[in-house]
Design a protein around this ligand. Sequence first.
Ligand code: 13P
Length: 251
Amino acid sequence: MRKKLVAGNWKMHGNLKENEALLGALIAGLSEPENKASYAVCVPYPYLTLTQSKLRGSAIKWGAQNVSQYEKGAYTGEVSVSMLNDFGCEFVIVGHSERRMLYGESNKMVAEKYLAAQHAGLIPILCVGETLEQRDSGTTKQIIDEQLKAVISLAGVDSLADAVIAYEPVWAIGTGKTATPQQAQDIHHFIRLTIAQQNAEIASDLTILYGGSVKANNAAELFVMPDIDGGLIGGASLVAEDFIAICQAAN
Ligand code: 13P
């Protein structure tokens, strides 16, 4: 049985005061010992110290939103996997569509980041998904297949035993236009089948999250679908009561 995971992606939001309050509210709201799902927040780098000190010993795990593919060196502005280890990160998002589109991250670069994360013992949350134009032109599955294959060819299918995939249709991110549960399920199933062609056991154990305008009022209908194992939550992860409600929907 796969365990559900709900992860917040805070993106570039908040400040010291707001983020401290948000973490405090999440700890208070997600403390019940009967939690069946796992929870995490992926915070901006400057708040990792705060996050580690607040969340240590709580039911909530933490991580970052991006990482360098390089181990160390003259890479101004970059953050390495070992730096994320220093702050107790469990997860790191790689290949978010905002990184792919705004910062030119290619499938190859995303695969390198994924591999670097795994080498350091971090769990990569690998984002895949199509744009509206790609969906309209009928190339959704081809695009996702290419995104997956880039990672599998570099890191091997077995690497997916220690990874999470997030299907995030670009047209649903921050638009309030959620994929229907069936639309999301179809692609999640496709992702699982694609991986099952290489390793059925890894495919069946793989956690596949849905991301894109998940809110407290639509989380349950998405999470009940057979191949949807939780969510990667943007906007709604910034409001404690909304994120807690989404976490509860995963239970
Ligand atoms: P929204 O939940 O704001 O649509 O963002 C989704 C997302 O990009 C999570 O990574």
